[in-house]
Design a protein around this ligand. Structure first.
Ligand code: MG
Length: 216
């Protein structure tokens, strides 16, 4: 019974995600759904990307959080359009929330839209939002075993960004073993190692984005 209810919720969500895709495609907006645990660096990566693509790509951001608008305030300081969604306890964004947020964004003036999902490695993996690509961030201090604990998130990702690689010398994180584990369950995902603190690897991330952007 419970499985049936969840299936219905997901199919209603999927229809709305398709509708979002239609709107976003018609406006030529490329969308990346950014997912990770709390504190892995979603906002830091988005901010670093905005700074590197300034003047080249027009960026907008939807910030999802259970509560507060701290991240949205940080993003708006970069002079890009941002909409905050507070889920009021829900552990993920859904397509209906995104649909309402799109009404409050100047889509004609946006080439690339980041959706920062709620920090969680479980629920966001189940809910499509109408995105073009799913980016998953794993930070080094979380450990390289998360792929075994939350396999769905690693399976659906189009790109896996390992963040905070400046901390590698202080942890047991094995980047090579992690990459092999990813390839075992997801051959299509690009794996990028970065540090938003030092800037290392961010050029690869920016190249991954620009190579995916639709021709304007
Ligand atoms: Mg954040």
């Amino acid at each position: 019974m419970q499985a049936k209810v969840l299936k219905n919720i997901l199919s209603v969500n999927e229809e709305m995600a398709e509708r979002n895709r239609g709107v976003l495609d018609s406006k030529g907006v490329f969308v990346i759904n950014v997912m990770s645990s709390p504190g892995s660096g979603k906002t830091s990566l988005i901010l670093a990307t905005i700074r590197r693509l300034k003047g080249r790509v027009r960026i907008g951001v939807i910030e999802g959080d259970i509560s507060s608008s701290i991240d949205a305030e940080k993003v708006s300081q970069e002079q890009v359009p941002v909409v905050q969604i507070n889920t009021g306890g829900q552990c993920h964004l859904d397509a209906g929330m995104i649909n309402r947020a799109l009404d409050n964004l100047p889509l004609d003036n946006i080439d690339l839209l980041f959706i920062e999902n709620v920090g969680n490695l479980v629920c966001p993996a189940e809910f499509k939002l109408g995105e073009d690509k799913k980016a998953m961030i794993l930070s080094v201090p979380e450990g390289d075993d998360k792929i075994y604990k939350y396999p769905l998130m690693f399976t659906i990702a189009d790109v896996i960004v390992v963040n905070k690689i400046d901390l590698l010398p202080y942890t047991e994180f094995d980047l090579e073993a992690f990459s092999q584990a990813v390839k075992g369950i997801n051959q299509k995902a690009a794996i990028l190692a970065v540090s938003c603190t030092t800037g290392q690897g961010l050029e690869d991330w920016v190249s991954w984005i620009t190579s995916n952007l639709q021709p304007q």
